[in-house]
Design a protein around this ligand. Sequence first.
Ligand code: UDP
Length: 240
Amino acid sequence: MQQVKYRRVLLKISGEGLCRSGGFGIDGEVLGRMAGEIKLVADLGIQLCIVVGGGNIIRGSSLAKDSPIEEVTGHYMGMLATVINALAIQDTLESFGLVTRVQSAVAVDRVCEPFTRRRALRHLEKGRVVIFAGGTGNPFVTTDSGGALRASEMQADVLLKATKVDGVYTADPMKDPTARKIDRLTYREVIDKRLAVMDVAAVELCRQNRVPIIVFNLYTPGNMRAVCEGGAIGTTIDGD
Ligand code: UDP
């Protein structure tokens, strides 16, 4: 194994990371770029697990606002959307030569394994990439909370929050040209200032379990690998 900073990494990818900007659904080319970045990390010998969102297909709360669908049903649909995304990531990673397993927090046992921590650990030890679907398995929360939960239970050394920008900014860099990137924040600062990084509950869970979070741009070639090698990339959220 080469010199790396982290032995076990949990990558959180939002559903929008699977489609083109402002798009919907799944885009094969975007998936391929993502898989190339993930392979660079897996090739370092790092144990890698992934939590995927579903916002490119369904977000429970917005669906309920615009339709007769009950909010709780919308959340169940959102969780199922993450299973669809996980299967897409699985086949794409396997086409890059990686061995993977999907584990879901909601029972869909014809298409993937149920989430079982010990089994997931065994997969990681064998060098398989484990893709966690179904979020937490409970409605009314997001896959960021699922990411924090799995990172904590799997004792990941870091939670890498993939975004399409380079980290956390003082304002929205897409709208404000004076926005500046912040290199380091404490969990408290993120929670108290309600910075739009991840849900408060997700950040709080990482704080309690001392899992550092790095917000970074997955679509800059080589970025995730550089993060795993200890490069000063993105925004790190840790200690109080
Ligand atoms: N969801 C849920 N419980 C979970 C995770 C997700 O009910 O533990 C639902 C929720 O409706 C959410 C949707 O699944 O809006 C898709 O997940 P998320 O919004 O986190 O996706 P992302 O923004 O990461 O693409």
